[in-house]
Design a protein around this ligand. Structure first.
Ligand code: HEC
Length: 155
């Protein structure tokens, strides 16, 4: 039995000046693809990468990830400034997630607060990388409240 694992071969981090390679590296490290791609048998469908549409069943409803490709149904019309601002909006340490009735209300698993502390340079690099992925036409509905098996909310 060989109990000692093989030697790892860590990827070398590209220089930030190589914007494209650096953006790709960060996007991969941040695992954006895992949630923002549909899956089959637990595996990401490579041809649909970053197209959104992966669903997550939460107690209050079904959450679907949006399309991050440069298509109009994705981040097509988002500017780099809007993209960075969306993340940075969660960086304020006084930010408190709203208290919700999680059995009934909208909830998200997008790790906004975790990513909000990335530098603007790194968020910009992720944005730039996402501009280069294949545009996919996929309009998604972010949240569908559960309608079956839910007790009527108390008045
Ligand atoms: C754990 C799953 C998960 C991971 C990992 C994840 N996302 Fe998300 N993301 C979501 C979900 C679910 C939504 C929709 C709900 C929301 O907006 O909070 C979302 C929403 C977004 C939106 C808003 C788009 C819109 O149309 O409103 C952007 C932009 C985004 N994600 C970018 C990213 C990027 C970039 C990464 C990697 C740095 C990433 N996400 C990683 C689950 C994830």
């Amino acid at each position: 039995m060989r109990l000692i694992p093989q030697k790892g071969e860590p990827t070398v981090m590209p220089e930030p000046t190589d914007a494209k390679a650096y953006g790709k590296y960060l996007t991969n490290a941040a695992a954006c693809r895992e949630c923002h791609t549909q899956v089959k048998d637990g595996q990401v469908i490579a041809e649909l990468e970053y197209g959104g549409g992966r669903t997550f069943e939460l107690p209050g409803g079904t959450l679907t990830t949006p399309n991050l490709t440069p298509h109009a149904t994705g981040l097509g019309y988002w500017t780099k400034e809007q993209f960075i601002a969306k993340f940075k909006g969660y960086q304020d340490s006084t930010y408190q997630s709203p208290k919700i009735d999680f059995m009934h209300e909208y909830n998200s698993i997008m790790p906004w607060m975790m990513y909000s502390t990335m530098t603007e340079r790194d968020l910009a690099a992720i944005y730039e990388y996402l501009r280069t992925v294949k545009p996919l036409d996929n309009e998604t509905v972010k949240w569908k409240p559960r309608t079956q098996g839910v007790e009527v909310a108390k008045q």
